[in-house]
Design a binder for this molecule. Sequence first.
Ligand code: SIN
Ligand code: CO
Length: 398
Amino acid sequence: MKTIQPYPIEVRGSASRPLGMSLARFLRDYWQKRALLIRNAFADFQPPLQPDDLAGLACEPAALARLIVHDEKREHWQVNSGPLNEADFARVPDRNWTLLVQDVDKWDADVADLLPHFSFLPSWRVDDVMVSYAEPGGGVGAHVDQYDVFLLQGLGQRHWAISDDPLAPKAFRADVELKQLVQFEPTHEWLLDPGDMLYLPPGVPHDGVAFGGPCMTFSIGMRAPSQAELTGDLADYIAEQLPEELRYTDPDLKPATTTGEIDRAVLERLKRALPFAAALRDELLHDWFGRFITRYRNAQAPAPLEKPLTADKLATKLIAGAQLLRHPWSRLAWSRGRAGSTLYVSGQAYATTPALAQQLCEQRDLALNRKLLAAEHSLLLALVNDGHLLLRTSRRRR
Ligand code: SIN
Ligand code: CO
């Protein structure tokens, strides 16, 4: 009995259904979810740009172009990130190289005319049309992208290999700036002809290699701001609207019993000052505020020791009577957490105990007993090496 595949990975497009299915079905079943190869997505496709035009554009000083040569024997990737010139093209080998130019839609109106075919997506989600030219064997190696992409074959053939295994390893090679995968085991392989198009959601490992002759691929890439970018920009935006006189306030302050502690009441006041941050986990708010407030308005910060001390060297100095003195520019605070306490010093965080955190906040000239010196040796060593505690060797009188 023939089983019906609910989400076929390969379909055939037609003039009325370029994606081989309704747009609603594509968005529901594939968009951001699974890869799809669409044969004949663009019937009788003629590339809107010729290889020579692309090479010419790549030599424009403002163009974002990369020329990548793969030395298969030495497994070495040479990346020339431009600006490129004619001599760079004269030097390339007969095969195993590719030229990639980003944002070609901004330079070429015919390439920009590809974009209306993707008008079923919000226009602000579309990043650019990147165009690649490759000689046989040319490609950028197996990698993952963070964004959805439609890889439209424009000229010649390209062999595509992808892995739709959600558990596929994603670690990338540290030795190549192209962020290629250390390991890549394809689950699907195809040869694409002009007009065929491969859709990939973010995170799908893929490798495209020019096959047989010259090859051009038009990549319609999406953009999706990271949560980090969204957060940073929103914070800047909100900050721009807030008047200077709205500040952290504590009219409810009680006499401090624990020096330097960022306690529960501080957290509540922060939540009142930052209503949009009230939903954050307390630990996160604590940790951010501890780092922030010990950096805030510091005209200077201590520099780490050029030659860090070893644990033994510090022990020897302390046994010989050296004193620990807080650097005048170091600012300290601390907070209690579920898994212990954290000491914040000029924006840095150190795990500690409440007793030592408090003592470090209280005393400029530390008077630590032998037991504490031994128990907290690694923290003291870190503070000394980071420049927050200075060692004062006591001179003996003659
Ligand atoms: C290409 O070489 O044209 C495609 C690059 C990619 O896989 O992102
Ligand atoms: Co890619």
